[in-house]
Design a protein around this ligand. Structure first.
Ligand code: SIN
Length: 521
């Protein structure tokens, strides 16, 4: 007998787990899947800066204006409006009151709101620079408390739709509808069918497509790629946000140096100690991320140096000692031989956040029936052409709530007879064990291509070159995918090359520089 869930959610970051909690508490039968062996392996867990939250005297219109300004007014006004009005209070309602999560307090015992670039007021709550891991563990504890079913080490291969997979040809003539997922059990190396009335993609971003990134290797564009294959609309894929400051260190990779350091006074300097940001923007260190990233990139190019420096030693304006306020950064840099209280930190910009994604409406509904997308993999248009700092954790939580409300209010079942028309996965006849060297080389090729040709500064020529190189890699990877015994690594590589193609294609079709899509003429 086939097990049919009400909802399957892929992803265990803030968006996935929050949606699962809301839906389970609404009385629905929810299953959460993650390809990881550990539930906490998510980009949420690595977030440092903080989360926009309600604050006495702050005005939703001001927040909306900050989001729109950072996004170059390319944003979806409706998404910005509801987010600015409704979302900030959720931090209190959900994290502080329901999950009983702690945020850093001032010496007087009040919540310590911090500042980040392009915010017109201090409205960001944080737990030192461990906001992400604190949120992740609060979500996991609550999920355990309510008995949420989470399957680890399960990598989704493809979304099941009636049009693509049903054996009843009449389903071809119906509206495309999502009915579940084909999923690889990483440990058993078997592909199972998981059926459900709804699917929510909360699979995170695409950072691993770039040579330098603040993301972990699991950010391979899985949701974007599988939604694209199922036929869902994708928008704004040219807008990949680069974070100005990731640690430059020979042994420590993919480590973010939070924007909140600049919010608390840190200055960007070159190798002669010169502060250079005033050459690029009146907002200096607190200009939007695209401006700061390009300034650092330009200074690196001009000086021929591989990195620039961020100095907090004598500029810090906070009350809490640096090593407590930024304990994660302090400890990590210390391990790498850098004392941030005494020395400037070597930094480079790195791919950080995907502002585009699977097109969704304000309820998180994609263009396919029964398929929702939330968090970084989705695009409500909230961020426009560039994202305002510390908005992504709140975005994940807010659209988790919106999607859960929409599903539980309009819940409809697919009949058992229709599920029965979908066959199980057919394993191909020719099967080859994968060669890890080939796989690694393919990833390197994608990452270098994206970094050099579709990175911080793009040109039409570079994008053309990226397109033809990616097509060549794709041809090889798809052949490999068809003939190989499926593993998580091959599934991720296929998702990665498809997502890279989506980004380059979108970038090539937008000849206008705007926000984090910058085309040099
Ligand atoms: C940071 O701490 O700089 C990252 C916060 C964000 O990306 O919103």
């Amino acid at each position: 007998m086939r097990n049919i869930y009400d909802i399957i959610i892929i992803g265990t970051g803030i968006a996935g787990l929050s949606a699962a909690i809301f839906l389970k508490e609404a009385g629905l039968n929810v299953l959460v899947l993650t390809k990881e062996d550990k539930i906490e392996e998510t980009n949420t867990n690595f977030a440092q800066g903080g989360i926009i939250a309600w604050k006495e005297g702050d005005d939703p219109d001001k927040l909306a204006e900050d989001i729109m300004k950072a996004g170059c007014y390319y944003n979806n006004k409706r998404a910005v409006e509801i987010f600015s009005k409704e979302a900030p209070e959720l931090v209190f309602e959900f994290f502080i009151n329901k999950l009983e999560m702690e945020f850093t307090k001032t010496n007087e015992g009040k919540l310590n709101y911090t500042e980040e670039a392009a915010h017109s007021s201090r409205r960001i709550l944080h737990y030192q620079d461990h906001t992400g891991d604190k949120i992740q563990s609060a979500l996991i504890s609550y999920a355990n408390k309510i008995g949420l079913k989470i399957l680890r080490s399960h990598t989704t291969v493809d979304i099941i739709t009636n049009n693509h997979h049903s054996s009843d040809c009449q389903e071809l003539y119906k509206l495309r509808e999502v009915m579940g997922l084909y999923v690889l059990d990483n440990l058993k190396a078997e592909i199972e069918s998981f059926f459900s009335h709804y699917v929510i993609l909360a699979t995170g971003g695409i950072g691993n497509l770039y040579q330098h990134t603040t993301n972990q290797p699991f950010a391979t564009g899985d949701g974007l790629s599988m939604a694209h294959r199922a036929g869902a609309d994708i928008i704004n894929a040219e807008f990949v946000q680069f974070h100005p400051t990731s640690l430059f260190h020979k042994d420590i990779k993919r480590f973010l140096i939070s924007e909140s350091l600049r919010g608390e006074g840190a200055k960007l300097i070159d190798h002669n100690g010169r502060q250079f940001m005033s050459d690029y923007s009146d907002l200096k260190e607190l200009a939007p991320r695209d401006v700061v990233s390009r300034a650092i990139y330009e200074e690196m190019r001009r000086s021929g140096k591989e990195y620039m420096l961020l100095d907090i030693t004598s500029y810090y304006k906070g009350d809490i000692p640096i090593r407590d306020r930024f304990s994660k950064i302090y400890e990590t840099c210390k391990k790498g031989g850098i004392d941030i209280t005494r020395q400037p930190i070597p930094i480079v910009p790195a791919a950080h956040y995907f502002c585009g994604g699977i097109k969704v409406d304000i309820h998180g509904r994609t263009s396919l029936k029964n398929l929702y997308a939330i968090g970084e993999t989705s695009c409500t248009g909230l961020h426009g052409a560039n994202r305002l700092a510390s908005s992504s954790l709140l975005e994940g939580l807010f659209w988790a709530k919106k999607a859960a409300e929409d599903i539980s209010t309009n819940f409809e079942k697919i009949t058992k007879e229709r599920f029965d028309t979908v066959p199980d996965w057919l394993t191909p006849r020719y099967t080859e064990e994968f060669d890890p060297i080939l796989l690694e080389q393919d990833w390197r090729a994608i990452q270098l291509t994206m970094w050099n040709y579709a990175g911080i500064i793009r040109t039409i020529k570079r994008l053309d070159r990226a397109k033809s190189d990616l097509e060549y890699f794709a041809h090889r990877i798809f052949k490999f995918y068809k003939e190989a015994v499926l593993t998580r690594q091959i599934i991720e590589l296929r998702n990665g090359i498809i997502s890279a193609g989506i980004i380059v294609n979108a970038a090539s079709h937008n000849s206008r520089s705007i926000g984090c899509h910058y085309i040099k003429k």
